[in-house]
Write a protein that binds this ligand. Structure first.
Ligand code: GRG
Length: 292
């Protein structure tokens, strides 16, 4: 199965799983609508696809895979809802639609983000086909990837970085935490569910590390070339914009070289697994060549 077929098969399943998980909640209607609105607003579902692709490469069909994939998508969605708030990026549009706070108001948007975040941990804690040890491992790693030592910490570094010029090392650290940590978690969660060996875990971590950086470099490149539809008001920034990005620190051609470097390191990490990893290779190519 190629990636197009794999996505076509799994996208509706992810959508359905998200719907079911939200429907199962007995909560105030505006909160439920607000959570559902952002979850169903589209998006590429890269993180769920990574988890499902890892399981497929390991040859495992896991009955709880979609639930874990949905939990990760909830955390990703919460981060976007909060990132769009007036106190952060103050964006009116996300994925071509009005942002959550524009539709439901700031208070409900904040609370919907909080609810998505906390619910995701509950979903993992209640999995029926995963051992207690593995659930603790999944929850522990997720708390690191999404929290102060991961995405939240990265967001703070990113905000601080707006005030000064960052070194390349500092910029990489922002992105390792802000976007890389949750992408890597998606891969490792698939590996944990698929009972990967410690050696395979090392290769998957290396894959995630390079894929995360490649993802972000492409994001920065799209920001400069103006082809990003996701970033709404920031799309089309020129290289002289004050914020430190790969193109602003390195120049656009050198940023592209760095992108190619991390993409090929990511592919070499998965090839070291010595199995057929065509789907993960295709996903890597999709991530580095994406136009939004
Ligand atoms: C608010 C705690 C907190 C964190 C926010 C991830 C993040 C941290 C902010 C998002 C800002 C942003 C646009 C970062 C660039 C990289 C990124 C995460 C893009 C969006 O991810 P995609 O491309 O989004 O997977 P879709 O819409 O396809 O789901």
């Amino acid at each position: 199965m190629n990636l197009t077929e794999f996505r076509k098969m799994n996208e509706p399943l992810i959508q359905q799983q998200l719907k079911e998980l939200i429907s199962a909640l007995s909560i105030p209607a505006p909160l439920k609508e607000s959570m559902d609105y952002s979850l169903q607003a589209g998006g590429k579902r890269i993180r769920p696809m990574l988890l499902l692709a890892v399981l497929r490469e390991l040859g495992v069909r896991h009955p709880d895979a979609l639930k874990v994939a949905a939990a990760i998508e909830m955390i990703h969605t919460y981060s976007l809802v909060h990132d769009d708030l007036p106190s952060m990026d103050n964006d009116d549009l996300r994925r071509g639609m009005p942002t959550n706070h524009k539709v439901y108001g700031e208070a409900v948007a904040i609370l919907a983000g909080d609810a998505l975040l906390t619910y995701s941990f509950g979903i993992i804690a209640r999995l029926e086909h995963v051992s207690s040890d593995d659930k603790i491992r999944l929850i522990d790693l997720l708390s690191v990837a999404a929290g102060a030592e991961g995405m939240v910490g990265g967001q703070v570094l990113d905000i601080e970085g707006e005030e000064k010029k960052l070194s390349l090392e500092e910029l990489e650290q922002v992105h390792r935490l802000k976007t890389g940590a949750l992408l890597t978690y998606s891969i490792l969660a698939g590996a944990i569910l698929g009972q990967a060996t410690p050696e395979q875990m090392v290769s998957f971590s290396r894959f995630g590390e390079h894929l995360g950086l490649a993802f972000q470099i492409q994001d920065d490149i799209l920001d400069v070339t103006g082809t990003s539809q996701e970033l709404g008001k920031t799309a089309g920034k020129d290289e002289s914009s004050e914020k430190s990005t790969y193109p602003s620190l390195l120049t656009l051609p050198k940023a592209k070289e760095k992108l190619d470097f991390h993409a090929s390191e990511a592919i070499s990490a998965i090839r070291s697994l010595n199995s057929d990893c065509a789907l993960l290779e295709e996903l890597t190519t999709l991530i580095v060549q994406r136009k939004n």
